[in-house]
Design a protein around this ligand. Structure first.
Ligand code: ZN
Length: 280
């Protein structure tokens, strides 16, 4: 298949930032600073809602002219015990209530994996867990996006590590509210990327697109992601594949980085905007 050509981003109208990207900021600060910077969307991480009423945060988001793009994160369904699996289901039900409260139409699922059982068993528990919360998602009108995680996280963060595996889970669930979040950090290395992304588009299950960069060397498995342009991921090429499916959603900047968190966050936000326009 011919690779679609990337087109440059010329404005911030499709820029969304994850609150985890500017982790030192309280949600109220993030809302203010993103809006002032001309960012269009915000993806809310649940830790920022601690001690707040989601509906009030949703109001603040809208009052600042931002769109609540998604809630991060649900998932972590697998467990060696029935009690653990039930607790995960209960927690995902709370996530659905929170998403509805802030007015976010989508929850991103970091699906989980349990050490001590096979990845196949964990995958089955993921499908069962999502099926258990689907009635709640239906009632609230919230979509659920399975985010395949890089295989380095297969031990205890996600047994779903490729877009192909995410498709298999979606096929099993076969529900219009269940789709995929494509994050360049996790999938950039996959030689089947063009076909898998095209398939997600054809099946109307490409729900979200996350961007950041892969650093070499990577000093920490979780918290050493790069700003777009700092690493080796051809983000414009992957974005072109995503847009070729008809995807018109946000380009969501999701950077977990101790290095950037230790820097001045206003300066970082300004760097994000530049990197978004130049390297995404
Ligand atoms: Zn992501």
């Amino acid at each position: 298949m011919n690779a679609p050509a990337p087109s440059p981003l010329t404005d911030l109208s499709r820029l969304c930032i994850h609150t985890a990207t500017t982790k030192p900021w309280a949600i109220e600060t993030a809302i203010e600073r993103y809006a002032a910077a001309g960012v269009a969307g915000i993806t809310v991480w649940r830790d920022t809602l601690e001690g707040r009423r989601p509906a009030k945060i949703g109001e603040q988001i809208r009052d600042h002219g931002l769109e609540a793009v998604s809630l991060c994160r649900g998932g972590f369904f697998p467990s060696l015990t029935a009690k653990g699996r039930q607790e995960a289901i209960d927690d995902n039900r709370r996530a659905i209530e929170q998403a509805a409260g802030i007015g976010a139409p989508l929850i991103v699922l970091v699906c989980g994996a349990a050490l001590g059982q096979s990845l196949a068993d964990s995958r089955q528990q993921i499908v069962d867990g999502i099926a258990a919360v689907l009635p709640d998602a239906e009632a609230a009108g919230i979509r659920l996006a399975i985010e395949p995680l890089h295989p380095m996280y297969a031990d205890d963060r996600s047994a779903i590590n490729t877009l192909a595996q995410a498709h298999t889970a979606c096929d099993q669930l076969n529900h219009p509210l269940v789709g995929i979040a494509a994050d360049v950090y996790h999938i950039w290395w996959d030689d089947d990327l063009p076909a898998q992304i095209a398939k997600a588009g054809e099946l109307d299950r490409l729900f979200a697109f996350h961007i950041c960069d892969w650093l070499t060397p990577t000093s920490h498995l979780l918290t050493d992601r790069g700003l777009m342009g700092e690493g080796c991921i051809d983000i414009p090429a992957i974005r072109a594949m995503v847009e070729a499916t008809g995807f018109t959603g946000y380009n969501e900047v999701e950077i977990f980085s101790t290095r950037w968190w230790e820097s001045d966050q206003d300066e970082f936000l300004s760097r994000i905007k530049d990197a978004y326009l130049q390297h995404s």
